[in-house]
Design a protein around this ligand. Structure first.
Ligand SMILES: [Mn+2]
Length: 347
């Protein structure tokens, strides 16, 4: 495996030199952030990012993400042009040495939490999701850092209305329509596509979600069998779903050669049916069997990219929610330890 770290480009408050100091860090996971969703990324922006990484002795082999335009998800007439642009971006990132592209197919809203600053008893802060608080949210008035914020309120309302006519089956058809056009380009360009699961892994605000569990993944891989059509195994996202058997899933998809990227973090199931909060990475801190997942990946031939996913804010750090330096660095060291133990068959 290759240990990586998410970096939000030059605007990220965490310098590449700090990332490089984390033991065994091979590269960063990044993206071009200043181009509207659906448009082509300038080669110059990619070259600049690559140069910055190379100067810090870090690889840039994973892009997270090339966002998928909503018109592709809803199957609007403009989708063919937008898919062409998407393919152009696949070719452009491949030309700079990228090997893996993480993306998601969640309608309108990306990840969702009800509290970005949950204070733990030890004084650290974490993201949390409370099923009762969720019921009080109004989708037309929501915004979280990291989401696509390019919609006006009116556009958001219009989009939410459009989705009233998009069933789960229709959304799935639109994903397959997209993959049938993008995956052949990935085969040519040598890019592994890694779909990120829904976060949390269930429908929100009556919007359908189709990448939440083993059954969903099986359908996606059966429809487009190429091994370039793979996934980002995000333990935090799948792990919030109490019916997801993560160790089994990690082993099964690693064996199929579909796990191109792994996001490793832990969540703790709290009171209530669907409530959870993000916790430190070790198994004992939460509800995910982190050691079991890593062992299943390694035992089944996983050789992809790994990154510590969200961390808490600790030691007084006020990071981008989930993306401070300190706790993710602790997570990276823990993850590296698990992989060393698994490689030596000690777990
Ligand atoms: Mn993730």
């Amino acid at each position: 495996m290759k240990l990586t770290f998410r970096w939000y480009g030059e605007k990220d408050s965490i310098p590449l030199s700090y990332i490089k100091q984390i033991p065994l860090m091979s590269g960063v996971v990044t993206a071009v952030y200043d181009v509207p969703v659906g448009e082509a990324w300038p080669a110059s922006s990619l070259e600049k990012l690559k140069k910055l990484c190379a100067a810090a002795d870090l690889e840039m082999e994973v892009i997270e993400s090339i966002p998928v335009h909503e018109d592709i998800k809803i199957g609007a007439p403009s989708r063919d042009k937008l898919i062409e642009n998407y393919c152009a971006n696949i070719r452009a990132v491949a030309a700079t040495g990228v090997k893996c592209v993480c993306y998601n197919f969640m309608p309108v809203f990306d990840w969702l939490r009800t509290d970005l600053n949950f204070k733990n008893a030890d004084g650290s802060f974490a993201l949390s999701y409370d099923a009762e608080d969720f019921k009080k949210l109004d989708p037309a008035n929501l915004s979280l850092p990291g989401w696509d914020e390019s919609y006006t309120k009116e556009q958001l309302g219009g989009l939410l209305n459009t989705y009233k006519n998009i069933s789960r089956e229709k959304l799935f058809e639109n994903l397959i329509y997209f993959l049938k056009r993008v995956i052949p380009v990935c085969e040519e360009a040598g890019i592994n596509m890694a779909i990120h699961p829904d976060d949390p892994p269930w429908d929100i605000f009556s919007l359908p979600r189709i990448v939440s569990n083993e059954n969903d993944l099986d359908k996606i891989f059966a429809a487009v069998p190429s091994k370039r059509n793979g996934l980002t195994f995000c333990t935090g996202s799948f792990g919030a779903g109490r019916k997801n058997a993560l160790v089994k899933m990690a082993g099964k998809y690693a064996k199929q050669g579909r796990v191109h990227f792994a996001h490793l973090r832990n969540v703790l199931w709290t009171d209530g049916k669907d409530s959870f909060r993000e916790v430190a990475h070790p198994t004992e801190c939460g509800s995910v069997d982190m050691a079991g997942v890593v062992k299943a990946l390694v035992d089944n031939g996983f050789t992809g990219y790994v990154r510590p996913d969200h961390g808490r804010d600790i030691w007084g750090e006020k990071g981008k929610p989930g993306y401070g330096l300190y706790d993710r660095a602790l997570g990276a060291a823990y993850i590296a330890g698990l992989f060393e133990m698994a490689a030596r068959k000690l777990i």
